[in-house]
Design a protein around this ligand. Structure first.
Ligand code: G1P
Length: 287
């Protein structure tokens, strides 16, 4: 599987005022924008071509993945080779393509915008808010299960029962450890309508059948075309598995998740990890 789609057309209303002018995908987790973690996961999973579905206020993202000749020249001239390599490497990570979602019509509509890019092959979808920290990239875990079962795949984890209404819940039956067959799902269920406490969390392997389904999917929750409504129909016409993936997931689209990710990634960073531990333990004594 060589293609991935990253829907990044959301307005970022949970991270205002920063996201008034900075796309939420460009907010830094330590010293890399959030979207770079997503792209690195895709590339580490074997993906080569990536389509970012963006909108008219997100050109900072396109610029970030371009070369920056003036800056690169300056860094080289002043002997800052590590910095030079870091900025250059960002632009060379993958073949990145862009399409705009011209109207904010929901995640299903954003994924549908990838139809021409994808063609007939299966492809991965990685949601920009969900950053995963783990040994094996989550997208790779899903690709392996999708290939093994010749199915589409969604990444799931158990969430607290009071939290399921923020996500899509799935009806599943176990196939093997951590892998389930999916037979139904719903978007942002009321607690008594949830199929299970397992939620789909930001990673999907889909077949191109999804596009004709999304074309005929009416607006659902929130008046938007929901990917979950399309997937619900997909899982009824062709096999779909759910992978209870092995990784810690951060929802960086809200303040708590964003801070958790920042702290966890900083703690793992050899440049600042030990310093941060000391700083935090001093802080804890103060409060
Ligand atoms: C989206 C999806 C939802 C999924 C969630 C977490 O919701 O619509 O099905 O469970 O991401 O990946 P959002 O966070 O955009 O409200």
């Amino acid at each position: 599987m060589k293609k991935a789609v990253i829907p990044a057309a959301g307005l970022g209303t949970r991270m205002l005022p920063a996201t008034k002018t900075v796309p939420k995908e460009m907010l830094p987790i330590v010293d890399k924008p959030a979207i770079q973690y997503i792209i690195e996961e895709a590339v580490a999973s074997g993906i080569e071509d990536i389509l970012i579905v963006s909108n008219r206020s997100k050109h900072a993202m396109d610029d970030y993945f371009d070369y920056s000749p003036e800056l690169e020249e300056l860094l080289k001239r002043s002997g800052k080779i590590a910095e030079y390599e870091a900025v250059r490497d960002v632009a060379d990570k993958a073949n990145i393509f862009y399409v705009r979602q011209k109207e904010t019509k929901g995640l299903g509509h954003a994924v549908w915008r990838a139809k021409r890019f994808v063609g007939d092959e299966p492809f991965a979808v990685l949601l920009g808010d969900d950053i995963m920290m783990g040994k094996t990239p989550v997208t790779k875990q899903l690709i392996d299960a999708a290939e093994q079962y010749e199915a589409s795949a969604v990444g799931i984890q158990r969430v607290a029962s009071e939290a399921i209404s923020k996500y899509s819940s799935v009806l599943i039956s176990e196939l093997e450890e951590r892998i389930y067959r999916v037979s139904d799902m719903n978007e942002k269920p009321k607690p008594d309508q949830a199929f299970s406490e397992f939620a789909i969390l930001g990673r999907y392997i889909l077949t191109a059948e999804i596009f004709s389904i999304l074309e005929n999917t009416p607006p659902g929750y929130g008046g938007e075309i929901q990917l979950t409504d399309g997937l619900q129909r997909l899982c009824k016409v062709s096999p779909m598995v759910a992978v209870d993936f092995d990784a810690k997931r951060y929802d960086t689209g809200n303040l708590e998740g964003f801070l958790e990710a920042t702290i966890d990634y900083a703690l793992q960073d050899p440049r600042v990890g030990d310093w941060l531990k000391g700083f935090m333990s001093d802080k804890l004594k103060e409060i």
